[in-house]
Ligand binder design. Structure first.
Ligand code: SF4
Ligand code: SF4
Length: 313
């Protein structure tokens, strides 16, 4: 298939399935036991058609897995292969794969995907989508999951004879492992999404979210810093593991984000730091009260002066 032809295709691979173009979604809710008729292989006439003109959001595990395969540090991988983006319908910044000048994925060749064993979660799911709703942004609320099929004109895999359950599709594509790794992070994003426009993340919270989600090298420096160790109750053995194990560090980053963005109890702040913070807050409150009192007194004085002036005239 020529690039000119593939450039006409607007592919809808999406990590957050509900944002797919609804006209391409087969309108039935599927479960793990539902069957789909689909097969993708190098001999299909549309081979690699879906690897262009797409938004492929990368999860923290996608980034880790691909850059390990390419043997790149996080900052170099981000610079060469990604573009910053806000995760769908949230104010959380993340990254998507940076397409080349022809709108094609940087990892596709005419022979197929050059990082196939390490490809992103989104690529593994397609053409299955998963909806993952988190109830009202509450901690502990159960997320509802169901699947659906995306059927796009250009994708000829739907004409193939292979039939399999969604459960087997997940196994076949290595989705179970990806999801197990990404789940806590996805839950954070979906929880944030459920807040809608009601609240906005501060700039520093956005920066922390971006760093923890995309650059584990930088996040490790942050976690190993004296100020981090001074602030949180940390187990020495866990810290030694975080220093050398990227997956452990990634999982720790999800807990850190849950506790710093949503106030969960995943990480404990040291007692003296809590006291220090509340003293600071009290001090700020006292200062604000004193300032308000002073302004009020000045207003009263001004008013009295005006009245006295009026009387004198
Ligand atoms: S990562 Fe691989 S499967 Fe995914 S779009 Fe790129 S070439 Fe295609
Ligand atoms: S069959 Fe579908 S998923 Fe496979 S290459 Fe063609 S467009 Fe992509």
């Amino acid at each position: 298939m020529s690039d000119a032809k593939t450039n006409d295709i607007n592919t809808n691979k999406s990590l957050f399935g509900t944002d797919n173009n609804p006209s391409n979604i087969v309108p039935s809710k599927l479960s793990l036991d539902s069957k789909i008729k689909f097969r993708c292989h190098p001999k299909v006439s549309c081979f690699t058609a879906c690897c262009g003109n797409i938004n492929i959001i990368l999860t923290p595990f996608d980034i880790l897995r691909i850059r390990k395969e390419l043997n790149l540090p996080a900052d170099e991988f981000l610079l060469r292969f990604t573009t910053p983006v806000f995760l769908e319908k949230t104010d959380m910044p993340g990254v998507k794969l940076h397409l080349d000048e022809n709108g094609r994925c940087p990892f596709v060749t005419e022979k197929g995907c050059t990082i196939y064993q390490h490809r992103p979660t989104t690529c593994r799911y397609y053409p299955v989508g998963m909806s993952f709703f988190h109830g009202a942004g509450e901690e502990g609320a159960t997320a509802e999951e169901f699947y659906f099929l995306v059927q796009e004109e250009h994708c000829k895999g739907h004409n193939e004879d292979q039939v399999m359950t969604i459960r087997d599709w997940r196994k076949d594509q290595g989705i179970d492992e990806s999801d197990a790794m990404n789940r806590e992070w996805m839950e954070l994003v979906m929880r944030r999404k459920s807040f809608g426009q009601q609240a906005t993340l501060s700039e520093s919270a956005q920066k922390i979210f971006f760093m923890a989600s995309t650059d584990l090298d930088k996040f490790r420096n942050f976690v190993m810093s004296d100020s981090f160790k001074d602030t949180y109750e940390l187990d020495q053995t866990d810290m030694a593991e975080l220093e050398k194990d990227d997956v452990a560090l990634m999982k720790f980053s999800f807990k850190y984000l849950a506790s710093s963005l949503f106030g969960t109890q995943d990480l404990k702040i040291k007692e003296d730091k809590i006291k220090e913070r509340s003293a600071k807050m009290n001090m700020t409150r006292d200062e604000a009260e004193q300032r308000a009192e002073k302004v009020y007194e000045e207003l009263v004085k001004d008013k009295e002066a005006l009245l006295a002036e009026k009387k004198a005239n």
